[in-house]
Design a protein around this ligand. Structure first.
Ligand SMILES: Nc1ncnc2c1ncn2[C@@H]1O[C@H](COP(=O)(O)OP(=O)(O)OP(=O)(O)O)[C@@H](O)[C@H]1O
Length: 292
C-alpha cells in the first residue's frame, strides 16, 4: 500500500460505455473492454467497457442477477471472459491475483465462530500458508498492520462468534488487506448492516483509498451511502453496463436506456431512489412517497 493521493480527479467525467482508457491519462488499475461473462452458458452481461483509475472508489450497482459477483469473478481470473478482455494493473487477472484483495459477503463466516480476530486475519496470510521460515513474525506484523488499517486492534483477541455484524465486517476487511493488495473488491459489504454500521464501512473504504492509495470497487444494491464518497458508479442492468459520476449515471434518462424500460429517479434529502413504473427497486418506500 502506498501513501494516499487525491481522489477527486475523476469527478467531472461523463458516463461512458465505450471509452477504453481513463480520461486523465493515468494508467488504469482495472481495464475492461467489450467484456461478456457469465457463470452459465448465457453471459450475465455483454459489451461492458470501463476503466478504474488507481486510488479511486467505484460503486458497482445493479439489481439481483445483474452480474456484480460475475464481474468480480472475472476480475479475479476465476471466470474466463466469453468475449472481450480484462487487465488488472496491466496484467492478465490470474497473474495479478496477489495484488487483489476480496472482501466477501459476511454470510460466508458460518464456520469460523471459534477463531479469534487475529487468527481469522492470519489465516489468509500468504507466507503462513506457504510455510515459509520467518512466517510467524511476518504474519504477526502483517496481521497487526491489517487490523490497524481498519481500526480493529481491539478485536484481535475476540472470538468471531461474539462479534456484531459490523465488527465481523471489519475483520473481513482486515483479512482482505493482510497480503497488502493494491486493489480491493468488496462484495456487498453493506448487506445486513444498520445505517450507522454502513457509514462506518463506507468511511473505512474511503480512508483506505485516501491514506493507502487503494483502488476499491464496492458492490451494493443501494448507491446512496456512497454519494459524495465514491467518484463513480458502474451500473449493471439489462445485460449491459454504464460508468460515470453518480449524479450523471443514476438518472431516469440513463437508466431507462440501460434497463430498456421506463425508469424514474427521485431525489429526496440528497438521496436517489430508482423506480420502475410504480415498483420501488432500491428505495425506502416512505421516502419515495414523500419525494413524489
Ligand atoms: N452457477 C451458475 N450457473 C449458471 N448461472 C448462474 C450461476 N450463478 C449465477 N448465475 C446467473 O448469473 C447471473 C448473474 O448472477 P450474479 O450472482 O453475478 O448477479 P449479482 O448481480 O451478483 O446478483 P445479486 O445482487 O443477487 O448477488 C444471474 O442471472 C444468475 O442467475
Amino acid at each position: 500500500m502506498q501513501p494516499g493521493r487525491s481522489s477527486s480527479s475523476t469527478r467531472s467525467r461523463r458516463p461512458s460505455t465505450v471509452r477504453p482508457e481513463d480520461a486523465e491519462g493515468a494508467k488504469p488499475a482495472i481495464a475492461v473492454a467489450g467484456l461478456a461473462a457469465g457463470r452459465g452458458r448465457m453471459p450475465a452481461f455483454r459489451d461492458v467497457t470501463f476503466t478504474v483509475p488507481p486510488a479511486s472508489l467505484t460503486v458497482l450497482v445493479g439489481p439481483n442477477g445483474a452480474g456484480k459477483t460475475t464481474l468480480f469473478e472475472a476480475l479475479l481470473g476465476l471466470l474466463r471472459p466469453q468475449a472481450g478482455s480484462v487487465r488488472i494493473l496491466g496484467r492478465a487477472p490470474r497473474e495479478a491475483r496477489r495484488y487483489v484483495g476480496l472482501v466477501p459477503q459476511s454470510a460466508r463466516l458460518a464456520h469460523e465462530h471459534q477463531l479469534a480476530g487475529r487468527e481469522f486475519v492470519a489465516a489468509a496470510f500468504r507466507a503462513r500458508r506457504l510455510g515459509l521460515p520467518l512466517a510467524r513474525r511476518e504474519t504477526a506484523l502483517a496481521v497487526g498492520e491489517a487490523l490497524a488499517a481498519v481500526e480493529a486492534q481491539d478485536l484481535a483477541d475476540r472470538r468471531l462468534g461474539t462479534l456484531s455484524g459490523g465488527q465481523r465486517r471489519r475483520l473481513l476487511f482486515a483479512q482482505a488487506l493482510v497480503n497488502r493488495p493494491e486493489i480491493l473488491l468488496m462484495d456487498e459489504p453493506l448487506a445486513e448492516l444498520d445505517p450507522a454500521a454502513q457509514r462506518t464501512v463506507v468511511g473505512l473504504a474511503a480512508r483506505l483509498r485516501d491514506r493507502f492509495g487503494l483502488t476499491i470497487v464496492f458492490s451494493t444494491h443501494d448507491v446512496n451511502p456512497l454519494i459524495g464518497i465514491a467518484e463513480r458508479v458502474l451500473y449493471l442492468a439489462g445485460g449491459r453496463g454504464v460508468i460515470g459520476p453518480i449524479e450523471e449515471v443514476v438518472t431516469g434518462e440513463v437508466l431507462t436506456k440501460l434497463y430498456g424500460v421506463p425508469m424514474e429517479v427521485f431525489e429526496a434529502r440528497g438521496r436517489r431512489f430508482v423506480v420502475q413504473d410504480d415498483a420501488v427497486m432500491a428505495a425506502a418506500p416512505e421516502e419515495v412517497a414523500a419525494a413524489r
